[in-house]
Design a protein around this ligand. Sequence first.
Ligand code: GLC
Length: 467
Amino acid sequence: MTRSINQKSQLDKEAWQLLDNSIIYYQGKPVGTVAAHDPDSDALNYDQCFLRDFVPSALVFLMSGKTEIVRNFLVETLRLQSHEKQMDCFRPGSGLMPASFKVELFGSEELLVADFGEQAIARVPPVDSCLWWILLLRAYEKATGDLELARQPNFQAGIKLILDLCLAHRFAMYPTMLVPDGAFMIDRRMGVYEHPLEIQVLLYAALRAAGELLLPDGDGDRYLHNLTGRLGALKYHIRNYYWLDLKRLGEIYRYKGDEFGKEIANKFNIQSQSIPGWLAEWLPETGGYLAGNLGPGRMDFRFFALGNLMAVLASLSSELESQRIINLFAKRWEDLIGYMPVKICFPALQGLEWQIVTGCDPKNIPWSYHNGGNWPVLLWIFTAAALKTGRVELAQEAIAVAESRLHHDRFPEYYDGNNGRLIGKEARVYQTWTIAGLIAAKELLANPDYLNLITFAESFEDMQCIL
Ligand code: GLC
């Protein structure tokens, strides 16, 4: 018994040490963590600090009192934020936060160099970076009680620039945000263009965070007014039109097409023939989830874990829907957790669909990488969502599954196969967000109060409805 406790704490120590080794220093100060420290493969851009990858690291640092690195990260990435007014070839638009950055030496001077996607494979825009940035700023404030940082004029201006970019009115008919393919964690062509769930959920959470962080002085009031309006519309849209359970599926199945006018059922002209064959059988009686995407004549019925779990954390899904999302995991454990939590999306695209949708991407072959691979980084979000919905036993079980393999397998980036049994075909090892994801999950389980760093209560208006 004592030996196994010792062994366990030895493993914990190893994970903390690996996280420590991943820290990037700039002018002597810690500013971020590298994406991976794989001794066996070419670094490519994995020696950079990705903003989205830093999220679990930041949460771990905030939970353990190492708040300085998170503060430095927020300050430096704000300096990197794009102020470019022109929007020509591969120029980031004003307000965009980089996908990643690294420290480069120019003579004897160290400089931070950012990549906004202009160097990334396929030149994909990191839309999620600025949304995660706002969420981390709020988490920092919650963990430290330091309200001054976000109140500094440059921080207020940075938040407003992000809001300008995200809330700009262009041709959109929906309150959801229109984005190109590969604009978030899934940063390759995967048919996740238009209104992917992940982005909408992150937008919702970031708007709620911005509502807490923005000061009402000057033009702050106008921003607060705009974001409040958008929050209401976004929540209505996602809850009403993205939600899928057996009842809803039955309605879609009997939809009529080509309906015109205001009071119609099939607002987006979804054809019942587009419902995939696996779905009716797969959906459990007590489960449900938010669809992957919704556009004109298009509902992407795939299940995407990050968007659904973040919807639970942000209270974008109602309490009942959140319970149903977690029930789906419980009932479809083999598919969504299997041998490594958590499946990034279900099911994989196969055959002709894979050819057309991914453009024959050899990295995203069925049940690999973004196309149905299992990503241990998602363990922390799963744990947080399970705890928020009172399903502690599911969090414990998932952590146990992950822990039984991650140390031995050297913390791979992702796993492959229907149930995540194989280490990913091209996965790196010592991937930082895998390491941080495990530590963050264990810390959350040990101290559920940390949930407040990254969760949102049902909003005020909802509480009024309930009362
Ligand atoms: C891959 C992932 C992306 C991540 C990056 C660095 O490109 O798809 O989400 O940020 O690796 O780990």
